[in-house]
Design a protein around this ligand. Structure first.
Ligand code: C2O
Ligand code: CU
Ligand code: CU
Length: 475
């Protein structure tokens, strides 16, 4: 890459040294966003006293059989207590630790008053039948048995699960329904990576706050950023030694613009970087994940998410939406008694599609339209589960150009098949690709397996619920 790096490229790469970016990352000021001076997550609250992670459910002998009970429960969150939506009573839900080739059998028990379902975001698995099927609807009081089979060549990495029933997704994820999935060959008895699930929420009178239509159009942000359910927790790392973080951006709409210290990024989503990339800024769009190494500092050092400018619905349309401000994700604290993370070499990246023959090219255009309220569309239409928008051939490689003609950023997510950035540095494979306002991004996709029907959508989950989703059928 030569010449000045544009904002689009910076975001498309997802990571970049602060020094090479034209705008100061702490000084984002336009369109009603502000950059807070201090980075307190809880209005008037205090940082958590100690680190905690969700319970781990690990497979053995190639199978993980578990139940995920979905229910509203009181939980300790961000230093207080509130009723939230939970998997097995906790926010986040348990971490599922799997290996390539495993079968995940989950009984989802819906204890909510609304329908729900389960999606395993980023897993390279079939969307058919009782697999990772976003068209399943599980009514209140009902349960459903999922069986999700990971192929033997499933990429290593950090993934996540969350509900995916159109119209309910943003409320249910904002309410607390998310958990991490890690796929690797590692034994976590010692030096396990730290699972870091970041989300945001607004609480009101001991429950999750309702949001306005204006907030839905903008994509709601929570007042409070929580890491494994905690406000700014301390993460002990031995000074001078390595801590490995598996970061999940489980926020409904918030981009995490991470900085404040040097990070070695081993991979994003299911894509590994060989060699890893050293950066001091890392932008994770909603739904994205990162595998990151950090050096244990000599003094407490915060990992900060800066307020991020992602545009708005347009002049005069902002309404009363929550202001985004800086937040401390966690604070690295030196602790010589802690074992450093075991660091296995990153997995070799999958095949490089930059040299592949392209069987078909398509363009997908993101628009917003007025009329009967603001609508969020792809190719001029809102989501219809009964319509197939694109039919692809199993075995083909396609090039998709994602065109965003709106005034806000839309992080594009495709289920089942990873996308490779065409102008990425090296092999850069993602399942969430940010498409900034007024820009376009080109990706290549190998539809190498899994006949069936699934979806692609904006991962600002309010936009997905408002219609910015389409159906792809492979055959
Ligand atoms: Cu994270 Cu279609 O989802
Ligand atoms: Cu997904
Ligand atoms: Cu969007």
């Amino acid at each position: 890459m030569t010449g000045p790096i544009s904002r689009r490229q910076a975001i498309g790469l997802g990571l970049l040294g602060v020094g090479s970016l034209g705008l100061g990352i702490a000084g984002v000021t336009s369109a009603g966003f502000r950059s807070g001076v201090s980075a307190t997550n809880v209005p008037g609250g205090a940082a958590a006293a100690s680190w905690a992670e969700p319970a781990v459910l690990a497979s053995s002998d190639g199978v993980l059989t578990c139940e995920l009970a979905v229910a509203e429960r009181p939980v300790d969150v961000g230093g207080g207590s509130a009723r939230m939506l939970t998997y097995n009573g906790t926010v986040p839900g348990p971490t599922l630790h799997l290996r390539p080739g495993d079968t995940l059998r989950v009984r989802l028990v819906n204890g909510l008053e609304t329908p729900t379902n389960l999606h395993t975001h980023g897993l390279v698995v079939s969307a058919d039948g009782n697999g990772d099927n976003p068209f399943v609807s599980i009514g209140p009081g009902e349960s459903f048995d999922y069986e999700i089979s990971l192929p033997d060549d499933h990429p290593h990495g950090v993934f996540w699960y969350h509900p995916h029933l159109h119209g309910f997704v943003a409320d249910q994820v904002f309410g607390g329904l998310y958990g991490a999935i890690v796929v690797d060959e590692e034994d976590w008895s010692e030096g396990a990576p730290r699972v870091v699930v970041v989300s945001d929420v607004t609480l009101s009178r001991g429950a999750v706050a309702a949001v306005s239509d204006a907030e839905r159009r903008q994509g709601r942000v929570g007042e409070m950023v929580i890491t494994n359910g905690l406000a700014s927790p301390p993460l002990p790392v031995p000074p001078g030694l390595t801590g490995r973080l598996l970061l999940v951006n489980a926020c409904t709409s918030r981009y995490l613009d991470l900085g404040g210290l040097a990070m070695t990024v081993r991979g994003l989503d299911s894509g590994a970087f060989v060699p890893p990339r050293v950066v001091d800024r890392l932008v994770l769009a909603p739904g994205s994940r990162a595998d990151v190494l950090l050096e244990g500092p000599a003094h407490p050092t915060p990992l900060v998410a800066r307020a991020y400018e992602r545009g708005g619905v347009g002049m005069g349309m902002m309404g009363a939406v929550a202001q985004e401000s800086d937040a401390t994700i966690l604070t690295l604290v030196p602790d010589a008694a802690i074992a450093p993370s075991a660091v296995v070499p990153p997995q070799r990246p999958p095949h490089d599609l930059r040299d592949a023959g392209i069987d078909r090219a398509r363009t997908l255009t993101f628009t917003m339209s007025m009329g009967g309220g603001m609508r969020f569309l792809i190719d001029g239409v809102a989501f219809d589960p009964g319509r197939v928008d694109h039919t692809v051939d199993v075995g083909s490689v396609e090039e998709w150009t994602l065109v965003n003609v709106t005034m806000m950023d839309h992080p594009f997510h495709l289920h089942t098949w990873p996308m490779q950035l065409v102008d990425g540095e090296g092999v850069d494979t993602r399942d969430v690709v940010d498409v900034p306002a007024g820009e376009s991004v080109t990706v290549r996709i190998a539809f190498d397996r899994f006949p069936g029907r699934t979806v692609y959508h904006c991962h600002v989950l309010d936009h997905e619920d408002l219609g910015m989703m389409g159906v792809v059928q492979s055959r």
